[in-house]
Design a protein around this ligand. Structure first.
Ligand code: BES
Ligand code: MN
Ligand code: ZN
Length: 503
């Protein structure tokens, strides 16, 4: 897709479709008034009829009248005081998805008055819109079949229409947005794939291909090497499956090198290619969703690739423990006691609390490889999904100053996090008769207890993003299909880029 930023007026732009977002109620003054007048009053008429309204993501497509574009789309951005960076991304995704099944090669989007209402102005809006169009083009229905009739159109050209702006600066910003969107889509494409397709070894193969494309180093550890390193928790989860576990390690920059922020950042992602629960088997209802329990791994693999594209050589480590959690004659049993890489003994009470086991060893290994700061991302607990749903990721971090840096990266990334507390009293719930700790306590406060478990395996500043609720949508929305959302990819990239060399 070609990107073009033009300083022309929207009515002078030739494209198959011209999209015009409006904030609040449609008001036909200034730019929107002129667009409406030249379209022959089409928008005005639809507004009077009740068809064009303030509802966010509601879009109408009309004939262009005297405009140079082939069609005109007006789309509601919702109330002015709720216009966040995330809404800007989603407006653009909605525009692209609204065109599903249509023959559209060139799409123009007018920045209109979005630029005055978003921090960072026209540059920020250009980046977020470009990213949104790319993310809106993602169509999982095409993963296992060709020729999806309703797929969003493959664009030859995206034109951002910013009258009076400096095209060079906006083009750079929009290019960054395209790369961000492509990275999120890479993560989504992997996460959506089924477990009979993507085993730990296949995921490692995908990581190898990505590493090659972007000049990253890669190391993949099998069970023998993991045993040598003492990764007893990681191995305990992988034992039940015929598909052997893989510890996938990607690196950008030199080993243990510090970035410009003085960190060696590691991003660690849960890669459970299928989570049946193991011997503590899950109920059948919705078990099929557990092919997406590898989303954290897909996210960190995509994020390090995106960082390599935007700021090659930035020191960064991505660690993705990949396993299949299955019942079988070799499976770990409830009550089995294993030794973690950091030497702690763990009493595995519930084999369905497997994510924390593989992440504990993965984070310990990240530290061994020189990590000074860690963020993990994981579909870890049903509890966080019940508490916050699919729009807000639950997050933990310590010390607070590090959490705040991660949260600030989340803001830049146009993603939403809600900080949850470590509640010290609950640590006692993880006490074991036999071992240093158990992997589960009672169900109450499950998200906090999982974070308390993970904390036992980290000694550096650390944040934990529990994406169990936000990793995938069960139903489509105007801006995204059902399936993997790409959540947290942009946050990890923004966090890593805070340590990129300043140009
Ligand atoms: N992968 C699941 C968490 C999950 C649930 C992700 C729903 C996405 C949607 C995780 O491994 C799990 O099974 N967690 C258990 C933990 C419990 C056994 C302490 C849970 O949340 O029920
Ligand atoms: Mn589980
Ligand atoms: Zn799981």
């Amino acid at each position: 897709m070609q990107l073009r930023v033009v300083a022309d007026q929207p009515w002078d732009v030739a494209a198959d479709v011209l999209a015009v977002p409006f904030v609040g109620d449609p008001r036909f003054e200034a730019g929107l008034g002129e667009i409406d007048r030249r379209s022959g009053g089409e928008l005005h008429a639809l507004a009077d009829f009740g068809e064009l309204k303030a509802e966010r993501y509601a879009a109408v497509i009309v004939a262009p009248g005297q405009l140079r574009a082939g069609r005109l789309m007006a789309i509601g951005a919702g109330p002015a005081d709720e216009l966040t960076r995330q809404v800007v991304v989603r407006i653009a995704s909605t525009v692209e998805r609204r065109l599903g099944g249509r023959r559209v090669k060139s799409l123009a989007i007018w920045l209109g008055d979005l630029a005055d209402r978003v921090e960072g102005g026209a540059e920020a809006v250009a980046e977020l819109l470009a990213r949104g169009v790319v993310e809106g083009g993602f169509e999982p229905a095409g993963i296992y079949r060709d020729d999806v009739k309703s797929a969003p159109p493959a664009l030859d050209e995206l034109i951002l229409v910013a009258p009076g702006a400096s095209p060079a600066a906006l083009t750079r910003a929009a290019e960054r947005g395209v790369v961000m969107g492509e990275g999120a889509n890479l993560a989504r494409g992997l996460a959506n794939r089924s477990a009979n397709d993507v085993s730990p070894e296949v995921l490692a193969g995908e990581a190898r291909a990505i590493a090659e494309r972007h000049g990253l180093s890669i190391d993949v550890l099998g069970p023998e090497k993991a045993a040598e390193l003492g990764m007893g928790m990681f191995l305990a989860v992988g034992r039940g499956s015929d598909n052997p576990p893989r510890m996938i390690v990607l690196r950008s920059g030199d080993a243990a090198a510090k970035d410009s922020a003085g960190r060696h950042l590691a991003i660690v992602g849960k890669g459970v290619c299928f989570d049946s629960g193991g011997i503590s088997i899950k109920p059948a209802d919705r078990m099929e969703e557990m092919k997406m329990d590898k989303t954290g791994a897909c996210t960190v693999i995509a994020a390090i690739a995106t960082v390599a594209r935007l700021a090659p050589g930035t020191p960064l480590l991505a660690v993705a423990p990949a396993v299949e959690n299955m019942p079988g004659p070799h499976s770990t049993r409830p009550g089995d006691i294993v030794k973690a890489m950091n030497g702690k003994t763990v009493d595995i009470i519930n084999t369905d609390a497997e994510g924390r086991l593989i992440l504990g060893d993965a984070m310990c290994y990240a530290e061994k490889l020189g990590a000074t700061h860690i963020v993990d991302v994981a579909t870890l607990t049903g509890a966080v999904a019940r508490a916050l749903g699919d729009q807000m990721t639950g997050a933990f971090g310590t010390p607070q100053a590090w959490y705040d840096q991660v949260a600030a990266a989340g803001d830049r990334a146009a993603e939403r996090y809600w900080q949850l507390p470590f509640i010290e009293e609950y640590r006692a719930d993880l006490d074991s008769w036999y071992a240093d700790l158990t992997n589960t306590g009672s169900v109450e406060g499950g998200a906090t207890k999982s974070a308390l478990f993970l904390r036992e395996f980290v000694t550096v500043p650390w944040a934990h993003l529990d994406i169990a609720g936000t990793a995938y949508f069960r139903k489509k929305t105007p801006y995204a299909p059902a399936g993997a959302t790409g959540v947290s990819h942009a946050t990890l990239v923004e966090l890593a880029l805070a340590g990129a060399k300043k140009a």
